[in-house]
Write a protein that binds this ligand. Structure first.
Ligand code: NAP
Length: 296
């Protein structure tokens, strides 16, 4: 017999790629939540959620969606969190756990933390899994399989609430690491946010080329450029919000990257073959480690 669900009612505030993947795995397993209530910004998305059959109930008003839920997961772009938290705060059930999946963590603690009422727990989280697609059709139940989920509970958070959210992600297939929010933001700035910034920039640079060269870029994209275009196809609102809400760490990593890129430029200019080769050898080592860690 399946284990009793971890939560009686899970309210997903936002049900795009990430929210709908949580919904799918929860429905498939049956031991994460007894009932799933979904909220989105538009009725069109909620209609689609019902067509797909990935929630028991949908609510356009976030306040209605969280009523009676013992777990509330914010799965909207992080720039929307402050307004959402304000809307749901008075309606949260005593003892409920509010968690989230946002890609930045200090901003989430800044925007949501102060609005959490006494007697409600707050366990911020970030599943390190995703694709360049968005919306409720984009999700799939195995998205979190074998991927890390980082939890950044503020000091003083009830350890039992942290453990229940950790267990939710374990049941989604994830491995858990608890870390300081500031550390989280620096780590993701280098592993995720900077690569996206570079991808968006390089696609812009290619697009600015004279028409005839741009046609050639598209025609021969297979040689490397194509990988950047995949990342650059990601949702503009989500990434705008990530950049603006992890400003300091992203700018720090960009400054480091710019210095290293300049050093590489100097090596190319002066024909420093040893430097260039060394850098490429080191990069290959990183790729090999990722494959060994099954994170490639
Ligand atoms: P998504 O597919 O674009 O879905 C976003 C959801 O939030 C939709 O249901 C959308 O409703 C709703 N929403 C959008 N704006 C809103 C607003 N102003 N108020 C209320 N709801 C709003 O996005 P996602 O990729 O699932 O990302 C969701 C969160 O996960 C973000 O915070 C992101 O940082 C984080 N995350 C993303 C990835 C990734 O690779 N995509 C990975 C890890 C974490 P409508 O459909 O009606 O617009």
């Amino acid at each position: 017999m399946a284990e009793a669900p971890l939560f009686k009612r899970l309210a997903l505030i936002g049900i795009g790629l990430i929210g709908s993947s949580v919904a799918r795995v929860a429905l498939q397993r049956g031991d994460i939540a007894g009932e799933i209530v979904a909220n989105a910004r538009t009725q069109a998305s909620l209609d689609r959620v019902m067509e797909l059959g990935i929630a028991h109930r949908v609510e356009l008003d976030p306040a209605e969606a969280v009523k009676g839920a013992d777990c509330v997961m914010l799965c909207a772009p992080v720039g929307a969190y402050a307004a959402l938290a304000e809307a749901i705060a008075p309606h949260l059930a005593p003892g409920a756990i509010v968690t989230d999946v946002g890609s930045t963590k200090q901003s989430v603690i800044r925007d949501v933390g102060p609005l959490i009422p006494e007697g409600v727990h707050f366990v911020p989280g970030h599943p390190m899994a995703g694709t360049e697609f968005s919306g409720p059709d984009a999700g799939f139940a195995t998205l979190f399989d074998g991927r890390w989920c980082l939890l950044t509970p503020p000091a003083g958070t009830d350890p039992e609430a942290v453990e229940r959210i950790a267990e939710l992600w374990r049941r989604c297939g994830s491995m858990i690491e608890v870390m300081e929010p500031a550390h989280h933001d620096r780590v993701v700035a280098i592993v995720s946010h900077l690569p996206h910034l570079i991808a968006f920039t390089i696609c812009g640079t290619a697009d600015d080329l004279a028409d005839e060269s741009r046609q050639q870029v598209l025609k021969f994209a297979a040689a490397g450029f194509r990988d950047f275009t995949r990342i650059a196809a990601s949702d503009p609102v989500m990434w705008r919000d990530v950049f603006l809400n992890n400003r300091e760490a992203l700018l720090e990593m960009l400054a480091r990257f710019t210095e290293d890129a300049q050093a590489m430029a100097r090596a190319v200019r002066w024909g420093d073959a040893g430097y260039i080769e060394d850098k490429i050898v080191r990069s290959r080592g990183i790729r090999k480690s990722l494959i060994e860690l099954k994170q490639a």
